[in-house]
Design a protein around this ligand. Structure first.
Ligand SMILES: Nc1ncnc2c1ncn2[C@@H]1O[C@H](COP(=O)(O)OP(=O)(O)OP(=O)(O)O)[C@@H](O)[C@H]1O
Length: 253
């Protein structure tokens, strides 16, 4: 089992701290949804633990090793990331984009092994973009591009995958398919996936664990424990939306 750990982590930007003293562990075999209202700090947390943004304080450890000591190459073999609004070269084909996920492993000449090709083929199938393989990114819908970026993360074949709002551009069918795919990747115990989302109902029904940023507090526990603790009962500051514990769903009154 691989473990990603944050110890006394503070996140934020120059002159602005969003959260302090975050302590959590993410283990392979678990799918974790990161929830919280707009602007609370979900992307900031994901970028910080992905090494794309400097942490303000604290330590990040993978299997008890401080990630500060990892080379870029070593880190890329442990953590893959998909952010919202990623700047990708839209002239690439879907296949070429997904292939980039193998870069931490390929040699100088960018030569792919049979095993690499197989991984790519599987990811294209799993993300349901095999038919778009040769299409340029510029010619994709937002949802198709999103699924291509996720396939790139899948072929990077890291124990940890961090995804910022992966379900945003997807219709309900593809949202459910995506979350089930993420579940499947975690369920065989080889991966740990943390994804931010505003799709609360889906997250609550399909995630093993929830991380929640709310009112300057940080919660991290199994989904069922947080539901039983009543954390979602007053999730929105309104009487118009209530939480149905049995169905793990929000209901509009
Ligand atoms: N580069 C930056 N410099 C300074 N402040 C920033 C920067 N990027 C984001 N922020 C601020 O940090 C806070 C957290 O932003 P963040 O994008 O992490 O929120 P979020 O929870 O992901 O929101 P959303 O659900 O709307 O995507 C916000 O107040 C935002 O305005």
């Amino acid at each position: 089992m691989n473990v990603f750990k944050a110890v006394d982590l503070s996140i934020g930007y120059k002159g602005k701290t969003l959260f302090t003293d975050l302590n959590f562990e993410l283990k392979t075999g678990t799918l974790t949804a990161l929830l919280g209202s707009n602007g609370i700090g979900k992307s900031t947390l994901l970028k910080t633990i992905s090494g794309l943004l400097d942490k303000q304080q604290g330590k990040l450890l993978i299997n008890e090793q401080n990630v500060d000591a990892f080379s870029v190459h070593e880190f890329a073999q442990m953590v893959s990331v998909v952010l919202t609004n990623e700047n990708v070269n839209k002239e690439l084909s879907v296949y070429e984009l997904v292939k980039l996920g193998r870069q931490p492993y390929t040699n100088w000449f960018d030569k792919l092994s049979e095993q690499d090709e197989l991984l790519i083929e599987n990811a294209l199938n799993d993300c349901e973009i095999i038919d778009l393989k040769n299409r340029k990114l510029a010619q994709l819908s937002d949802g198709q591009l999103q699924r291509s970026l996720i396939a790139r993360a899948v072929v990077q074949d890291t124990p940890f995958i961090f995804l910022d709002e992966p379900s945003t551009h997807l219709d309900l069918y593809h949202k459910v398919r995506l979350l089930k795919l993420l579940r499947k990747l975690c369920a065989n115990h080889t991966k740990c996936i943390l994804f931010s989302t505003h799709d609360l109902d889906l997250a609550l029904q399909l995630s093993d664990e929830i991380m929640l940023l709310k009112d300057e507090k940080f919660y991290h526990n199994t989904t069922n424990n947080l539901i039983n603790q009543g954390v979602f009962d007053r999730f929105f500051n309104t009487d118009d939306i209530v939480f149905d514990k049995e169905r793990k769903q929000f209901v509009i009154l």
